[in-house]
Write a protein that binds this ligand. Structure first.
Ligand code: NI
Length: 249
């Protein structure tokens, strides 16, 4: 069930039998010459919807923005500062917890979000602990799951791409986004095939070192067919992980 398409009455009913919710979170940032700017949000969203269909679970609206300062030299990127993102996470957790959601599963598509999401969780718990009334009677459990680190996804990605997977604008995420949005597939030739890989400092330094936006990857290997395989691997792993998480008392 999709929260945006539901009524409050349906949500109240859902809460009688389940306290779990999946919140997809991504970023709006450049993904190289053939990757979609929405890649990091599109990927966890399509996986979350697949999991929800299989488990009759509830999916919250996707958080489409993330911490993406280092991509700001590329047009189209929209970045939140870390403090904005962590406040947003804290407020979303607090809102859901107020209604009785106890198992909040953030399904993430962007590495830069990891630190602020955890900081947002900590802000929520700090306020609960420090409030005059102390912790609420029913604990709220939050977790962060990075779809590209699911064991079956890692195995499949290694098999399909080896060292061409790289670190940013990877063929696995581009394939999955193409599977989710077949009308947006791009045909672009990439040179060099595998992008350079290095560390970087700020946004200007990033564009200087990685002029087309990719890091260490060859997304020219991407296809809808690969995306479909990655989708099923991710949905299976996340179904299992979400189910185990919801059994946490
Ligand atoms: Ni990405």
């Amino acid at each position: 069930m999709n929260l945006q398409n539901a009524t409050w009455i349906e949500i109240e009913k859902y809460l009688e039998k389940s306290s779990g919710i999946i919140i997809p979170i991504g970023s709006t940032e450049q993904h190289g010459p053939n990757g979609l700017i929405g890649t990091d949000a599109i990927c966890p969203e399509v996986i979350a919807n697949g999991v929800a269909d299989k488990l009759n679970a509830l999916v919250a609206p996707t958080i489409n923005y993330g911490m993406a300062q280092h991509h700001l030299e590329f047009p189209g990127t929209i970045a939140l500062r870390p403090s904005t993102l962590l406040t947003m996470i804290k407020d979303i957790v607090a809102s859901l917890a107020k209604h009785g959601f106890r198992h909040l599963y953030f399904l993430n598509g962007h590495g830069g979000n990891i630190a602020p999401i955890h900081a947002g969780f900590s802000e929520f718990y700090s306020e609960q602990t420090l409030s005059p009334n102390g912790m609420s009677e029913d604990s709220t459990y939050t977790t962060l799951s990075n779809w590209w680190r699911a064991p079956s996804v890692i195995k499949l990605t290694e098999e399909l791409y080896g060292n061409a997977e790289g670190l940013h604008a990877t063929p696995s995420e581009v394939s999955l986004s193409y599977y989710a949005r077949p009308d947006a597939v791009k045909q672009v030739s990439l040179s060099p095939e595998i992008a350079p890989s290095d560390c970087f400092y700020d946004a200007k330094d990033y564009r200087k070192r990685f002029p087309d936006g990719r890091i260490g990857s060859n997304p020219g290997l991407s296809s809808i067919e690969h995306g479909e395989r990655i989708y099923h691997a991710a949905v299976d792993d996340v179904c299992q992980h979400f189910t185990e998480f919801c059994l946490t008392t």
